[in-house]
Design a protein around this ligand. Structure first.
Ligand SMILES: Nc1nc(=O)c2c([nH]1)NC[C@@H]1CN(c3ccc(C(=O)N[C@@H](CCC(=O)O)C(=O)O)cc3)C=[N+]21
Length: 308
């Protein structure tokens, strides 16, 4: 809207294609996987699902399909959500000990009777491709990451692909989860490429959200609330990264539609660069999981590869 009012002075909004950037990452990984295989190392990723949730099952099967596409050996373990927690813990122990498994991902959330902190502690940090083990969290915060968590890493790659510079910029991260908001804020503030930003983290107790978003050069929406950031809350020319993947009830065949945390139509009129959802961060999250699996295999087997 603003764009029209100003007589079309602004250039076209760049809608970042997450599927295309993820494809580029997978292409780059193919070379590294070829190198590993020529050294007799077949990268393996184990996914563990202990849930009845439809969305969780969908994501895990997408991750397995991705593995197949790039030549990573995928192993999938399903545990009855009513089974005792020990069953999950012992599965993790077995996968830790399995030399064919280089990466382990336990799909979150796990049932209430399972201690999720114990799950994250139990995974061998060298196989922790989510980057959620306390040792890996500590390393990330200290600026010495082994595995960058997949979604934050994917966001950085997406911004780089769109030539969005974070150096010296005001970045507002909305959401403070352990898997997205906190690690992403940490990465943005660190020295070097993809960092060097002035970072604000907003959340449900923030008094005046719009006061923060409306002065930001980059807004990352990662609160898990459908379409709560709209164009009126953004600065003209801002970059908007939509991390949300929400299923909302809709009159469709499946009974829902997917939408992000951003009201795309109004935000697109104000932003210069915007990542859609679906089709933005989600596919990148999955690509960076493959990346971390290849890195894990390379480190564990002590074979040097070039990562994309
Ligand atoms: N241990 C663990 N690690 C995770 O990384 C993890 C997790 N647990 N639990 C749940 C969240 C969610 N998540 C997504 C990954 C890909 C898409 C994705 O590919 N979305 C597609 C659409 C997917 C669809 O069609 O349903 C898109 O945005 O275009 C979404 C969400 C990973 N998570």
């Amino acid at each position: 809207m603003l764009k029209e009012a100003e007589g079309g002075r602004r250039s076209m909004t760049h809608v970042v294609d997450g599927n295309a950037v993820a494809e580029d990452v997978r292409d780059g990984l193919s070379d590294a996987i070829g190198t590993l295989k020529s050294e007799g190392v077949e990268p393996g990723l184990a996914t563990v699902l202990m849930s009845d949730d439809d969305a969780s099952a969908t994501y895990v099967s997408m991750k397995q399909r991705d593995c197949e596409e790039v030549g990573i050996e995928g192993i999938h373990v399903e545990i009855d959500p009513d089974a005792p927690a020990e069953e999950l813990y012992e599965t993790i122990d077995d996968l830790n000990a399995d030399p064919d498994v280089h990466g382990i991902l336990v799909q979150l959330p796990v049932p209430d009777h399972v201690d999720d902190r114990e799950v994250l502690r139990r995974i061998d940090p060298a196989k922790d491709v989510d980057g959620f083990h306390p040792e890996n969290v500590g390393r990330l915060v200290a600026g010495n990451a082994r595995f960058k968590p997949c979604t934050p890493h994917g966001v950085q790659k997406l911004l780089a692909s769109a030539d969005v510079e974070t150096d010296g910029q005001d970045v507002v991260v909305v959401g403070r989860s352990d898997i997205v908001g906190k690690p992403l804020a940490n990465l943005f503030v660190q020295r070097g490429e993809g960092g060097n930003a002035t970072v604000t983290v907003c959340h449900s107790h923030t008094e005046d959200l719009e006061a923060h978003t409306s002065r930001a050069d980059v807004v990352v929406a990662a609160a898990g609330v459908p379409e709560f950031i709209d164009g009126s809350m953004l600065k003209e020319g801002a970059t908007v990264v939509d991390v949300g993947t929400n299923r909302v009830d809709a009159d469709t065949e499946k009974g829902y539609r997917l939408t992000g945390d951003v009201d795309f139509e109004s935000a697109k009129e104000v932003a210069d660069v915007i990542t859609p959802s679906p089709g933005g961060v989600g596919p990148m999250t999955r690509a960076m999981l493959l990346y971390n699996t290849v890195k894990a295999a390379s480190d564990l087997a002590d074979v040097n590869v070039e990562l994309p």
